[in-house]
Design a protein around this ligand. Sequence first.
Ligand code: PGA
Length: 297
Amino acid sequence: MHVTLRQLHVFQAVARHLSFTRAAEELHLSQPAVSMQVRQLEESVGLPLFEKTGRQISLTEAGHELNHYSQNICRELDEAAEVMESMKGVNSGHLKIAVASTINYFAPRLLAAFSKIYPGIELSLLVTNRESLVQLLKENEEDLVLMGQPPEEMDLEWEPFMENPLVVIAAPDHPLVDKKNISMQELAEETFVIRETGSGTRIAIERLFDSAGLKLKKGMQMTRNEAIKQAVRAGMGVSIVSAHTIELELETGRLAILDVEGFPLIRHWHLVHRKGKRLSPAARAFREFVMENATSI
Ligand code: PGA
């Protein structure tokens, strides 16, 4: 087989999007250029890699197999690049960190402090919800991921680096604000403003209500902690959020924490990567830095 890395790269993009047009967009190529690379690859392997049903394309069995090997080849190459990078020393290279949206309230401070010690490391930060982080871990795209509860079913290495207390918030004039030791039953009568499906915070809240045998009265759904806080402040319901997200609102009295039994609910933030992933020296330095400094930042 005379297969080039370029062909594999283009093939993977088409396999990922199942569209020649979208692969061409991603790679900044013309569609005929993409089709030609795939055709040449098919000629080299001697088998069709895609099939067409109407306007939709899908991978053939050979396509699926090749996709699997091609992903491994690219991963190995990335690792080789990382090892080469490591030979240049710690204070260089590029570090890709992805964090849960809720961690974004302190991640920039963490990165800023790290950058002061290692100014030569170029940092990029991706902020997204738990579901997308799980997908990134599957693709082994990032150097390190900071998230809540890592998925049990994946082959991962993780360590907790900080507590994540969840608290119940309400508008300052909510009738429950001055009440002590509110029961879960009483709380369950309130309407909750909640995060989107795929949010780690939401999963934790749903589990809590499930295990208490209570029904969660879901009100409006929002994809941002900021929007949730505004909605709660405007009296659209109560919510359960990480205490990290409400420092400012507590200082200014714009939100109140309700005194509910079992709260704060203590969860943890974890540093996560794929098992067996060869961490670059920059990634190792970041891991050490987070483990030692996260709680004091
Ligand atoms: P979220 O992350 O922003 O997806 O809610 C928090 C978590 O994973 O616990």
